[in-house]
Unconditional design. Structure first.
Length: 635
């Protein structure tokens, strides 16, 4: 019975851990396969067979796993490669898109410059664009100019000119991160690297014959390239020195926008017009007298001569300070390309502008000159008549100064009406780049209250036409129409806009030369001249009247004081005489006579020349802020 009882360790219960391991699917399936092979093979040494089978299976399984891993890795690599290709494709597309945008932006910028006549207005955009494209740290544009003399607001418009002054580079544009460079000055001794752009080489390079064609095709441009600015003593720093490179290219172009070129262009245009008219007559004569079969006569085309020019020197420069790198050849070529483009467009714009000015002025001249020449005497007679007719209407007893003032005022009104009639033609010069005698317009603007700093070239008293023409508006027209040359003007006036200063500056402008220009400028000159004349006459007359009234009042006060003294003396004398006739000692009981001072004073007033003197009220002078008292000389 006891043999049938099982021990607790053999009872069915919780399996051992080893048994659980063997029962795992991945283990049990392998063991099943091994036992199956063992059963089929029936080896003599079953244990040896089973061990070898398991080892071989393990190796085979490892190979399968390795192959599977390799396949998985290949798949992953393929996926990564495809992702990388996709990312590269997206990146290239993005780069291409950005490049397209940059190219489009550059195309727009070049297109705008190619259509404008104001190339200088695009300099900030150009320097910013180039700097971004070549990834420079900073970029700036300098203009070569002569050092100006120091001027005060009371100096004339040419006081800044010094023919013997040295040349300097003044920076006029810069990238947004280098605005401090604007108005900085680079002297030749301070920046030899940059100034070397305009120095002639001591020895010319001997060109190889095979390079001659390339040289002709692509002119060599002298550039300044410094790879290490910190170690180069020819570099001037306007900020803290940093490691980097410097690259500068000269921008030299031929300007024709100045008066001498304009005058020469007008003369040439008139001459060409005359020659074309003569040639046209010759053509008509030849065609009318031509024999059939006769060879056609060739007529040479008459063309205007190229405009007279002078050279403007500028420099476009970039640096990589703080980046510690040099500029690549592609970056340098890009800068050189833009410099060439700017030079080409600047000369194109200036030639177009001067052509427009000459053509438009020729039309103005054709209209004005018959009036200027043929009706000049008529205008002079009209001016005389206006003055004389006005004076005739005045009472003969009025002072001559007043009569003259009235006559000159009437002439001023005539000058005003003439100018208002020609003002539209004067405003046409807003479209011009070259305008002569703009000093006359500048004085008108000062008279109207325009501030000096709003119209002048910095560091000078010379008006910049691009600034000044913006004030030729309806407001100025209304000012001219309502301007009163007479009466008190208490407003404070800047020294450069005071009446005598304006008159002095106007007289420096040759009226004879103005007469050779155009009718509207003649009328403006005469308007200003007559206003200033009437203004001075009026202030002088009123101050003279004031002094006369002051003198009359002072004389009256003095006469009144003298009269009072005489009256008091008369009273004292009469009192003394009375006292002598009448004993003044006390005598009780006797009625005495009393001195009647009122009667005595009344008797004094009845004497001829002793009538009471009326003192005029105190005189208050007019305030005239545009003319100092000592300037008017009313005495």
């Amino acid at each position: 019975m006891s043999n049938l009882v099982k021990h607790s360790k053999h009872t069915i219960g919780k399996d051992y851990e080893a048994l659980n391991y063997l029962k795992k699917e991945e283990i049990s399936s392998v063991l099943s396969m091994a036992l199956g092979e063992l059963y089929l093979s029936k080896p003599k040494n079953q244990l040896y067979f089973l061990g070898n089978w398991l080892l071989n299976y393990s190796k085979s399984l490892k190979k399968q796993v390795k192959a599977s891993h390799e396949l998985d890795n290949q798949i992953l690599l393929q996926i990564d490669h495809e992702k990388a290709l996709e990312m590269q494709k997206d990146s290239e597309a993005k780069i291409a898109e950005e490049a397209g945008k940059v190219h489009e932006k550059e195309g727009i910028l070049r297109g705008l410059i190619g259509m404008t006549r104001e190339v200088d207005e695009f300099l900030p955009k150009v320097i910013e664009h180039i700097s971004n494209h070549i990834k420079a740290a900073a970029g700036y544009i300098g203009l070569q100019e002569k050092v100006k003399k120091q001027v005060t607001p009371l100096d004339d418009d040419k006081a800044h000119i010094d023919d013997d002054a040295p040349w300097v580079i003044k920076y006029i544009a810069a990238t947004s991160n280098s605005q401090f460079m604007i108005d900085q000055i680079l002297k030749e001794e301070e920046g030899q690297a940059t100034w070397g752009l305009w120095k002639e080489d001591e020895e010319e390079d001997i060109q190889e014959e095979e390079n001659l064609e390339e040289t002709k095709r692509k002119p060599k441009i002298k550039v300044c390239s410094v790879d290490d600015v910190v170690s180069d003593p020819r570099i001037k720093f306007f900020d803290v020195p940093k490691l980097g490179a410097y690259f500068a290219v000269p921008l030299n172009y031929k300007t024709c926008l100045y008066e001498q070129s304009f005058d020469a262009g007008i003369e040439d245009a008139l001459e060409c017009r005359k020659l074309r008219a003569q040639q046209e007559e010759e053509k008509i004569k030849f065609e009318s007298g031509a024999v059939e079969g006769e060879e056609q006569k060739e007529f040479e085309e008459i063309k205007e001569a190229p405009f007279k020019t002078s050279e403007i020197r500028m420099v476009i420069a970039f640096d990589t300070m703080g980046q510690d790198r040099t500029f690549t050849e592609q970056e340098k070529e890009y800068v050189i390309y833009w410099v060439g483009y700017l030079k080409e467009q600047w000369e194109r714009a200036e030639n177009e502008s001067l052509s427009h000015d000459i053509q438009a002025f020729t039309t103005i001249r054709d209209r004005d000159f018959p009036i200027i020449v043929d009706k000049g005497h008529e205008r002079s007679e009209q001016e005389k008549s206006v003055i004389e007719d006005t004076i005739k209407t005045l009472h003969i007893s009025l002072p001559d100064d007043f009569k003259n003032l009235e006559g000159q005022t009437a002439l001023f009104e005539l000058c005003r009406n003439r100018l208002l009639g020609e003002l539209d033609n004067l405003y046409m010069f807003k479209e011009f780049k070259v305008v002569k005698h703009i000093r006359v317009i500048q004085l008108l603007l000062y008279l109207s209250g325009v501030k000096r700093e709003d119209v002048i070239e910095p560091g000078t008293n010379m008006m910049k036409w691009k600034k000044g023409k913006n004030f030729l508006t309806n407001d100025l027209r209304e000012f001219i129409a309502e301007l009163k040359p007479r009466g008190s003007k208490p407003e404070k006036v800047e020294p450069y806009a005071k009446t005598f200063k304006l008159e002095k500056d106007l007289l420096k402008v040759s009226f004879e030369e103005v007469q050779q220009y155009c009718l509207s400028m003649i009328f403006l000159y005469k308007f200003l001249e007559q206003y200033l004349k009437v203004r001075i006459l009026d202030v002088t007359y009123r101050r003279k009247e004031y002094l006369t009234k002051v003198e009359i009042r002072e004389n009256a006060k003095k006469a009144a004081e003298e009269l009072a003294e005489r009256k008091q003396k008369y009273l004292d004398e009469q009192k003394e005489a009375f006292d002598k006739e009448n004993d003044v000692e006390l005598d009780d009981g006797i009625n005495r006579s009393f001195f009647d001072s009122v009667k005595v004073l009344s008797e004094f007033d009845m004497i001829e020349g002793n009538q009471p003197i009326e003192i005029p009220e105190d005189v208050i002078p007019d305030e005239d802020g545009d003319i100092d008292w000592e300037e008017s000389n009313p005495n």
